[in-house]
Design a protein around this ligand. Structure first.
Ligand code: AMP
Ligand code: ZN
Length: 149
């Protein structure tokens, strides 16, 4: 068994509140969120840092993060924006050695709440948060279908 916690999450061998999954990527709630809805997108295939990451997989990971940011705006979390952050390497304070993209919902005027979130890192009802984001993904898909009709 791998000792990489994100590989184990991707394989369904470690618990996580998953938001989205396909053959190559997985997105799940951060266990110590800075803000409600803080999500991580990972490639399922292990890569420790950007040095090891296939460029196409990196592009797919960003595409998924982009869609999640749009979904979170459309969800009942009603984000006004998001921080998409990737800490590459221990020099950049990467703490989990499996590449991951943070998607952190933001709202206008949330500076103090965001600062408190950075300090406290407390979970916010993971199940209802995940359902809210999935609702946003469904809304985004409905929009896409409307555009292509
Ligand atoms: P980084 O500093 O970019 O490496 O961030 C790693 C992130 O992974 C942190 O925000 C942690 O809270 C999060 N994290 C660590 N272990 C888990 C886990 N088992 N499930 C979900 N998120 C995790
Ligand atoms: Zn891994």
């Amino acid at each position: 068994m791998t000792d990489c916690v994100f590989c184990r999450i991707a394989a369904g061998e470690a618990p996580a509140t998953k938001i989205y999954e396909d053959d190559t990527l997985c997105a799940f709630l951060d266990i110590r969120p800075i803000a409600r809805g803080h999500t991580l997108v990972i490639p399922k295939r292990h890569a420790t840092e950007l040095e090891d990451l296939d460029a196409d997989l990196g592009a797919q990971m960003f595409r998924a993060g982009h869609r999640l940011a749009l979904a979170i705006r459309r969800s009942s979390l009603s984000a006004d924006g998001a921080n998409l952050v990737l800490n590459d390497g221990t020099a950049a304070f990467q703490t989990v050695p499996h590449v991951h993209l943070h998607v952190i919902p933001r709202n206008h005027g949330d500076k103090l709440r965001f600062a408190a979130g950075l300090l406290l890192r407390r979970p916010h009802e993971p199940m209802t948060t995940a359902e809210a984001i999935k609702g946003g993904i469904a809304a985004l898909e409905a929009e896409d279908e409307g555009k292509s009709a």
